[in-house]
Design a protein around this ligand. Structure first.
Ligand SMILES: Nc1ncnc2c1ncn2[C@@H]1O[C@H](COP(=O)(O)OP(=O)(O)OP(=O)(O)O)[C@@H](O)[C@H]1O
Length: 641
């Protein structure tokens, strides 16, 4: 029997009792019940503890939210502070909170539970919605109108502006200032005047394409530099491309005539040595000295001169203008910002006066006033922060006819950062299939009798093929040319002048021509390849409807691109861009011709490819023969010696 005895664990307190002892059995059961009762009671207590801890955690979160809300409200006069737009509660706040008066401290204690998963607790809590908080200077800009029709500021009334400059403006047909000029020029002139006693604030200007931003910075800079007699580079204007630098250079040249100010352009279109000789002259007594006052350049070429040109100095810089600023800042060309800052802040060898703190040395070592301009200026504090702006001031435009215009004070935070386009710009889109896209374009060109228009494609190859196809379709009745980045220097400029002069009707190009280029009276801009980014769309469209003229921007889309394109437009508050419907029936009579042109295009492309191949082979062959000859020559010379 003993083999079958099972030793059961009956609990520590339980004594072994004889099986027939009923009373002891009963006692045993009662004890068990009592024990279970106690256990349940304990569990209940634990449960209620957990419940109250949960309640406390919720209260603590509520308090932290309140404290956070008071911390992220931006105080006045913190112009140059960049407060992260995605302010999440800083961890340090927890320890700060626990040191609050006793009642709060008690309420915040459950924060200690943070990090523990409370079993059985309801861990689904509402996440605090992160509010976009901009620094004061970004959320309180000066608003620029986009209306170029009813201009109010007469050039002759702007008495702060130098008489000579006013005369030149009139001579160039400028009688009224555009809104961006009417606001920025007087403000800058005042700040330049005040800069004798206080450091001037940096300025960011975001205004539509073709709204006249170039004069808004050029005129104040020229006026400020007129007083100097000694030549030193005092204004540096940086642009993203050679074309744009040339354009801005021309404006400076125009408005510095009749002054002693010298302007120079360095973009790499001339040889390095020529540029060096334009920048610096060698003086027998003083060594290398500057020949110029204003330098217009591209970022990459600037760095080359900072590194290699003896005597090239930007230590007297009073203005640093960055036009198309968002693009220039995106470019990492030779790390230009780093090299520029390093150069400006580097002490002259043997210089002592930086350590002497008086007004004169402060003025001498004051950083240049930074002026940033663009139609798509980033208003993201993090991006702007790398420029270390000093008490920046923002001028920005907003869309007319928007609710915001009527109540500027209310929705500032929501409209800041949205790009604006000229109010004279009409926008449309055409939906088509990939195969019929060129046919739709052809029909649209014929329908609208387009001249003075620009077609944007996504690649050089696509621009080239589309040019060939359009030529065969349009049979030279409409003059089509392509501008690509393959085309450099003079020939590129010649082509652009031909277009400006009306000799070319359609320019097919890539986005190398999308930004800043000021071509007068462009009738229509066609995005043959859909733009991938809103900025690209805005700059492409900005080649038309400039300086108060009417203009049309049309985008060709596949069905799959439609929703993304609409999304882009929404980002700029454009909700009523309409579809231009070209009925497929209208295309039928053209299909025959289209097919013929495609066959023609295929032949031309094949011929070109063959020609290219032959040229490459000839080039390779020449190289080989040259090498062979060289070897033979050296063998020959060896045998002779
Ligand atoms: N007050 C004015 N009256 C008449 N025309 C003007 C005035 N100001 C500028 N313009 C002309 O308007 C055109 C566009 O000016 P500008 O190139 O400066 O525009 P923008 O704002 O820099 O454009 P983008 O952003 O595309 O570079 C130029 O041809 C310029 O000569």
């Amino acid at each position: 029997m003993e083999l079958f005895v099972v030793n059961r664990h009956e609990g520590d307190q339980l004594q072994e009792v004889p099986e027939n002892d009923e009373q002891s059995k009963l006692d045993k059961v009662l004890k068990k019940i009592e024990k279970n009762k106690k256990l349940r009671l304990k569990q209940k207590e634990k449960q209620s503890e957990i419940q109250s801890a949960k309640q406390k955690t919720i209260e603590a979160r509520k308090i932290r939210r309140e404290i956070k809300a008071s911390i992220i409200s931006v105080p006045e006069n913190t112009n140059n502070e960049f407060i992260d737009k995605t302010v999440e509660e800083p961890i340090q706040n927890e320890s700060i909170n626990t040191e609050k008066p006793s009642n709060k401290k008690r309420r915040l204690d459950p924060a200690l539970l943070e990090g523990f998963t409370v079993l059985g607790a309801d861990n689904v809590s509402n996440k605090t919605k992160v509010k976009r908080v901009l620094p004061n200077w970004l959320s309180n800009p000066s608003i620029i109108s986009v209306n170029l029709q009813n201009l109010e500021t007469k050039v002759s009334d702007l008495k702060q502006l130098d008489k000579g400059l006013r005369k030149l403006l009139k001579a160039n047909g400028v009688k009224y200032l555009f809104p961006v000029q009417a606001q920025v020029i007087p403000w800058l002139l005042q700040s330049i005047h005040d800069s004798q006693v206080i450091f001037p604030r940096d300025v960011c200007v975001s205004a539509p394409t073709g709204s006249g931003k170039t004069l808004a910075f050029a005129l104040p800079v020229i006026q400020a530099l007129k007083k100097h007699t000694v030549k030193k580079i005092r204004a540096l204007v940086i642009l993203p491309t050679q074309d744009l630098a040339l354009q801005v250079f021309k404006t400076f040249k125009m408005y510095t005539q009749n002054t002693s100010i010298d302007v120079c352009l360095i973009t790499g279109s001339n040889s390095f040595a020529v540029e060096q000789s334009q920048l610096i002259t060698e003086n027998k007594v003083f060594g290398p000295i500057s020949r110029i006052d204003i330098l217009v350049c591209t970022a990459g070429r600037l760095v080359d001169h900072l590194k290699l040109t003896n005597g090239f100095s930007l230590k007297n810089l009073e203005f640093l203008v960055i036009d198309e600023a968002d693009r220039v800042l995106e470019s990492v060309q030779n790390d230009w910002l780093y090299h520029l800052e390093k150069h400006i802040h580097l002490e002259e060898p043997g210089s002592q006066d930086v350590h002497v703190l008086n007004l004169q040395t402060l003025q001498k070592h004051r950083p240049p006033q930074k002026l940033l301009f663009s139609a798509t200026l980033s208003q993201d504090p993090e991006k702007l922060q790398k420029l270390s702006l000093f008490q920046p001031k923002l001028f920005t435009s907003i869309m007319e006819n928007q609710e915001e215009t009527n109540n500027i004070e209310k929705p500032r935070e929501s409209f800041i950062g949205k790009y604006t386009t000229p109010s004279e710009l009409s926008e449309k889109y055409i939906v088509t299939s990939v195969e019929l896209k060129p046919l739709f374009l052809y029909k649209f060109i014929k329908m609208e009798k387009l001249t003075r228009s620009i077609v944007f494609t996504h690649s050089l190859e696509s621009a080239h093929r589309l040019t060939l196809l359009l030529r065969t379709l349009l049979e030279d009745k409409v003059k089509v040319e392509e501008v690509s980045s393959n085309l450099q220097g003079k020939s590129r400029n010649q082509l652009i002048s031909k277009f400006t002069g009306g000799e070319i009707d359609l320019l097919v190009c890539t986005d190398s021509l999308a930004r800043g280029i000021d071509l007068p009276n462009v009738q229509c801009v066609i995005s043959y390849s859909a733009p991938k980014h809103l900025k690209t769309y805005i700059h492409r469209a900005g080649r038309t409807a400039r300086a108060g003229e009417q203009g049309l921007a049309v985008t060709l889309l596949n069905k799959t691109q439609l929703s993304k394109f609409k999304g882009l437009l929404e980002q700029a508050n454009k909700t009523n861009v309409e579809e231009l419907i070209i009925p497929e029936d209208d295309l039928e009579p053209l299909e025959e011709k289209y097919r013929g042109s495609l066959v023609e295009l295929k032949k031309i492309v094949e011929k070109e490819e063959k020609l290219n191949l032959e040229r490459t082979l000839v080039a390779k062959g020449n190289k080989k023969t040259r090498k062979k000859r060289k070897r033979q020559d050296s063998v020959g010379t060896g045998s002779n010696t």
